[in-house]
Design a protein around this ligand. Structure first.
Ligand SMILES: Cc1ncc(COP(=O)(O)O)c(C=O)c1O
Length: 376
């Protein structure tokens, strides 16, 4: 039986047509008409004015930090429950990440703890350089509260929406919050360019500056002149063609992943000790990954035993992100709270969620999980 992957790329065929078009036009270098069109189309979908396509979501986060003048001696607040790229982008600039625990009800940045941290810093006369909120596993953070908290504290907000293209919060699309937002088009994301990302903002001037930084910060001169350090972060025209084909099928992909999620809920909710990542009332996720918690006492097996049983059946499943405050590399960083994320990490398992999964695949996954239960 074929291996079932966690979240493999899913090509529709339209990508090939668009890539061929790019080839025929002889535009395979970085930048070009496919890049321009991809930027316009993502911005139109998200409802933001401006965007620049980049080589990765990590590059987009790094540029966001640079555009906010984050550097050594600054602090940036971000959730501890995230992928390392969020905190790495802060560290690239020499600044220090400060980790905030997640809210049990959404698994995203806890607005109360964020407010507490900002107030605590204000009392000592300090203000962080930025707050990064992450839209975990395809669900938006609580921007109704987080935007207001950042506004009152006068701290710029960056939305790390790497995992959440197509999700919504309060009727707005993921990527429409904060000063800037980023997406990832890495191979495992809901749409992919094989590798790529985008920085978006309603502020055209910020995006213009991002483009300059991303193309080696070349000054407007006929010769190569540079007044600051630049980066080679732009996306190639060929990869943008893949992204355009993928974007046309975004709604189908969300629907397929929602269907996976409903299937898992119907099949597993009745088992003792199985709980699903909660869906917040303020929005709709894109269902990028379906994530469950396994409570060992009630289920009769722990998360790792379930993951190993799936692996034995050639099914890929992954523990949820290990919180940043528990990572050796960020060991010296401050954290506010941390026990909620640590508890979720102990029990959380991401299930195969690809948009091409068949009912047979879903049956195989659910059947293997059920067979691990020793208490039902
Ligand atoms: C939350 C989060 N932020 C940032 C990134 C970085 O994106 P990329 O892999 O495109 O650099 C990812 C995914 O890989 C992610 O999941």
């Amino acid at each position: 039986m074929p291996r079932i992957y966690l979240s493999p790329p899913h090509l529709s065929g339209e990508e090939e047509t668009l890539v061929t078009e790019a080839f025929r036009s002889n535009w395979i270098a970085p930048l070009g008409p496919m890049v321009d069109a991809f930027e316009r189309e993502v911005c139109a979908r998200v409802g933001v004015g401006h965007g620049t396509a980049l080589s990765s979501g990590t590059a987009a986060l790094h540029l966001a930090m640079l555009l906010l003048d984050i550097g050594p001696d600054r602090e940036v607040l971000c959730p501890t429950l995230t992928f390392s790229a969020t905190a790495n982008a802060v560290a690239y600039t020499g600044a220090r990440p400060v980790f905030i625990d997640c809210d049990q009800r959404t698994w995203n940045l806890d607005p109360d703890l964020l407010e507490e941290e900002l107030r605590g810093l204000a009392r000592t006369g300090r203000r962080p350089g930025a707050v990064i909120a992450v839209d975990l596993y395809g669900q938006c953070a609580d921007y109704g509260r987080i935007e207001e908290i950042c506004r009152v504290a006068d701290v710029p907000l960056v939305e790390d929406s790497a995992e959440a293209l197509g999700a919504t919060c309060g009727g707005k699309q993921a990527g429409a919050f904060g000063r800037m937002a980023i997406f990832s088009f890495n191979g495992n994301k809901i749409i992919t360019t094989s590798g790529g990302g985008m920085l978006v903002s309603s502020d055209g001037e910020l995006i213009r500056k991002a483009r300059v930084l991303a193309t080696q910060a070349r000054d407007p001169a006929p010769h190569y002149q540079h007044s600051r350090i630049g980066y080679n972060y732009r996306l190639s025209n060929i990869l943008a063609a893949i992204g355009r084909g993928q974007l046309r099928r975004l709604d189908e992909k969300i629907e397929a992943r929602r269907r996976n999620h409903e299937y898992y809920r119907a099949a597993l909710s009745g088992l003792p000790g199985i709980e699903f990542m909660p869906i917040a009332p303020y929005g709709t996720p894109n269902y990028w990954l379906t994530v469950v918690l396994v409570a060992p006492e009630a289920f009769g097996a722990d998360r790792e035993a379930v993951r190993a049983a799936l692996e034995a059946e050639d099914i890929e499943a992954r523990p949820i992100w290990k919180p940043m405050h528990l990572q050796p590399v960020f060991g010296g960083c401050r954290v506010r709270g941390g026990t909620v994320s640590a508890g979720l990490f102990e029990r959380g398992l991401c299930l195969p969620s690809g948009s091409q999964m068949t009912y047979d695949d879903l049956d195989r996954v659910a059947g293997t999980i059920k067979s691990c239960c020793r208490t039902a």
